[in-house]
Write a protein of this length. Sequence first.
Length: 163
Amino acid sequence: MKNVCIWKTKKGWMGALVGDGGRLQRLVLPRSGRGEVLEALEGRSRAKIGRCPELEACFQRYFEDGSLNLPLEPDISQGTPFQRRVWAEAMKIPRGEVRSYGWLAARIGTPGGARAVGQAMGSNPLPVIVPCHRVVAADGGLGGFSSGLENKKFLLSLEGVRL
């Protein structure tokens, strides 16, 4: 059975969906209320609500110093083949660096596919782990972010990117 975990960080309430094999399938970045997180996670799957202390500690540390030592294996298998290629390549972008949507499109063999890459990033089930916040517009603008541009700025700043 899948497990839904919800916890409070200094940025707000977060949550995760952990699959049967103990792999992280979905992550919800901080929201103002526990109910918002629960709604975002339960809409995806029937699951029991539990605790994930190692995951909670991981994100408490992340919001303190920007370091991420994920205790669970991420599962990006629920995406389309194109999305999985985009997400896998985005996971290679080093902390403290950014790349453009066009750069990412070229890296996966789809030059001119910046818009499609942006759509794949918008469907990212594991923000921070698949670091969509590190993908920006070609002109240096932030582009989009499913959790809002203020959160994107915060995450980039936390990881040492100067805006």
